[in-house]
Ligand binder design. Structure first.
Ligand SMILES: N[C@@H](CCC(=O)N[C@@H](CS)C(=O)NCC(=O)O)C(=O)O
Length: 236
């Protein structure tokens, strides 16, 4: 594991708009690998604009299997986030925790008493267990890195059809939230970590062969997601 040449570390004190140190930000150590399941979490950390230490785990060299890393994440996978010394894993859980702890005051998540939090948790979880699960099935059934003896064309075709249905569900959600194409957010009236979680999964889907061309609301929403400066910082 190595830190990048210019890590954002906790030596950098987070500042409030008034210029006072934001002492409420816990010490965050993020373990990730480029263009992986860790990428949406890296994107979220940039959106939140909080200080964090970034540790690169070279999963191509097996660095995730060291005893030190397994002590943080017994699954030996990225992302892993250590918060004031306590490790957590699973991207969906990390995103929701970041929203609860750091996103509400930054307008990127919803407070416990806000009914919109119910929708936020629902859609964020949906991204990972509905299209996310189907993307896994698609990859297993035709992925380049998967043993070809495990490939199965009918399963791949079924997964793609299901993913298309998921995009249709998203399109209807976005269409119902605004009169015009392209300015809707999934929950609330502006971009939040909900859009980040779902947008990340759909973006990954497009890398795997999913098309959103037939869905104008999803297409415009995804284009705005990709135009965010923090997206470019994380997804490269
Ligand atoms: N369900 C996990 C999946 C994490 C995952 O599969 N991470 C991959 C990178 S995309 C990994 O660390 N692979 C290393 C390995 O399996 O050895 C999450 O969403 O956090």
């Amino acid at each position: 594991m190595q830190t990048p040449t210019s890590p954002r570390t906790n030596d950098t004190k987070s500042e409030t708009k008034a210029g006072k140190p934001d002492t409420s930000v816990p010490k965050l150590v993020f373990y990730g690998a480029p263009m992986s399941s860790a990428t949406p979490v890296l994107h979220a950390l940039h959106e939140l604009d909080v200080p964090f230490e970034h540790v690169l785990v070279d999963i191509t060299k097996g660095e995730q299997h060291t005893d030190a890393f397994r002590a943080l994440n017994p699954n030996a996978k990225v992302p892993t986030l250590v918060v004031d010394g306590t490790p957590m894993f699973e991207a969906a859980a990390i995103l929701q925790w970041l929203g609860d702890r750091l996103g509400v005051s930054r307008g990127l998540w919803f407070g416990f008493d806000d009914p919109k939090r119910l929708e936020a948790v629902a859609w964020t979880t949906w991204a990972y267990v509905t299209p996310g699960a189907m993307l896994q099935r698609l990859n297993w059934s035709r992925g380049e890195r998967v043993d070809p003896s495990l490939h199965h064309a009918p399963t791949a075709a079924h997964a793609l059809a299901e993913l298309d249905r998921h995009v249709a569900i998203l399109d209807a959600r976005l269409a119902g939230r605004t009169a015009s194409v392209g300015d809707a957010a999934l929950v609330g009236d502006h971009f939040t970590l909900v859009d980040l979680a779902v947008g990340s999964m759909i973006t990954y889907g497009t890398y795997c062969g999913l098309s959103v061309e037939a869905y104008p609301h999803v297409k415009a929403w995804l284009a705005r997601f990709h135009a965010r400066p923090a997206f470019a910082r994380a997804w490269s």
